[in-house]
Design a protein around this ligand. Structure first.
Ligand SMILES: *Cc1c(COP(=O)(O)O)cnc(C)c1O
Length: 420
């Protein structure tokens, strides 16, 4: 059995703790609680040292004992180990001592953090014998499932709201996946996919494969700690759609302590949303343990989940760590994208604008102290959401290919530069 389990023990209900075999299933039959992968931490502790990690290739798989794939990963072996950038200019602008950007806008192969969860979900799907994979997506997941399935020779069905950005649609179609546009919000796409998953027995990465899929997000947290020189940041700011990434980066920090790679530490997890779809941040600000579902209306389409599956757990993590949440308008999202680009040379998608905008607010209000250190998780690439910035970044100034015309233009801007 152990060759099919690796370092995993079982799937376990987050509510009642009942255990299930490690198959493609995601809800407890007794209380409908979500299932989560349980690991044999004693064995992992013996196998995973800092030295072992450092000796391995620079991908997310250097932490493979803590990821739910039994054997060698077969899909997405190059994913992860994206740069952790020291962002001094942005730190100065936002008024904080130390700021870093974890830049998954350059993740491999589809330029978002979703390559992490997909490589885990598809590698595990192959182990479980699936030939067809599928997902319900707000865009980036569709891109990643389509690309990684193509490279692995798997058949893919991806379901998206039909009004997504062109970049996300083309970036799903080009790999030859079956792309189904649903005339409705993500929450309606997701409901349909739950029905299809039950009927067709495909590996739906974020439905029946969700317990494995979600664990892939931990790799972002593992990398942050290692790249910080084996330190857990005081503050981590994370964009929230379903809320899963926030809970899993937190779990990553906890697991490094649990297996003895780190000593005890304190940290705060902060969640960022767009005002036009802010069920989790609204609940956090009101001091509630439960969110109220909303109908999304925001340019941050990748975060537009009105009924977030892990919203309850994200609220719990923020409360337990003393973290906060906030949300930003479409204009503030665009400003966030612009200042990250101007200060650090990083072009993030709308979710990145949300993260920067919320970080700015939390620092300004003192919820993140000026004399502290923080990591911003940038999760997607701006080239995929061009529409959001079109018309908001100034304009090219077009001239004929003539030195005279160029110097006329330069004379308007900076006359002192024009050489007689
Ligand atoms: C999916 C996604 C997230 C967050 O996802 P969760 O569902 O909260 O785990 C954040 N940023 C981008 C760009 C995404 O595509």
């Amino acid at each position: 059995m152990s060759d099919k389990q690796g370092y995993m023990k079982a799937l376990k209900c987050r509510e009642c703790g009942r255990e299930y075999p490690l198959t493609a299933t995601h809800v407890c039959e007794f209380d409908f609680g979500p299932l989560e992968v349980a690991y044999d931490y004693e064995r992992i502790r013996k196998s995973l040292s800092r030295e072992a990690i450092c000796s391995r290739p620079q991908t997310m798989w250097r932490y493979h004992e803590l990821l739910p794939v039994a054997g060698e990963p077969t899909v997405g072996r190059q994913v992860g180990y994206t740069p952790l950038v020291k962002a001094d200019r942005l730190a100065k602008r936002l008024g904080i001592r130390e700021l870093r950007v974890k830049n998954d806008a350059v993740n491999y192969p589809t330029l978002s953090f979703k390559d992490r969860v997909v490589s885990v979900a598809l590698s595990r799907s192959v182990e479980l014998g699936f030939k067809t994979v599928a997902c319900a997506s707000t865009g980036n997941l569709a891109n990643s499932v389509a690309a990684n399935a193509a490279a692995a020779g798997l058949d893919a069905y991806v379901f998206i709201p039909s009004d997504l950005e062109q970049g996300k649609i083309v970036n799903s179609l080009v790999y030859g996946a079956n792309v189904i546009g649903i005339k409705g919000h993500y929450d309606e796409v997701n409901r349909l996919c739950a029905e299809i998953a039950g009927k067709y027995g495909w590996a739906f990465v974020n439905v029946n494969m969700r317990p494995y899929y979600a664990e892939g997000s931990k790799s972002m947290g593992f990398e942050i700690v290692e790249q910080l020189g084996w330190r857990i940041p005081e503050h981590t700011i994370i964009p929230m759609a379903s809320g899963s990434l926030l809970t899993k980066v937190h779990k990553a920090y906890q697991e490094f302590i649990k297996i003895g790679l780190m000593g005890e530490a304190k940290w705060k997890m902060h969640g960022a949303q767009a005002t036009g779809c802010s069920p989790i941040s609204a609940a956090q600000k009101a001091g509630l343990d439960f969110f109220k579902p909303v109908k999304p209306n925001t340019i941050a389409k990748s975060l537009a989940i009105g009924t977030p599956a892990d919203g309850f757990y994200a609220l719990k993590v923020m409360k337990e760590t003393g973290g906060h949440s906030d949300d930003v308008t479409d204009d503030e999202i665009r400003e966030g994208i612009r200042i990250l680009a101007e200060d650090e040379g990083i072009f993030a998608e709308t979710a990145g604008g949300v993260t920067v905008g919320v970080a700015k607010k939390l620092i300004a209000s003192g919820r993140i102290a000026a004399d502290s250190s923080a990591v911003l998780c940038i999760t997607g690439n701006g080239l995929k959401t061009i529409e959001a910035m079109t018309g908001h970044v100034g304009q090219t100034r077009d001239i004929r290919p003539s030195l005279r015309e160029f110097e006329a233009l330069l004379a308007q801007d900076k006359p002192q530069l024009v050489k007689g």
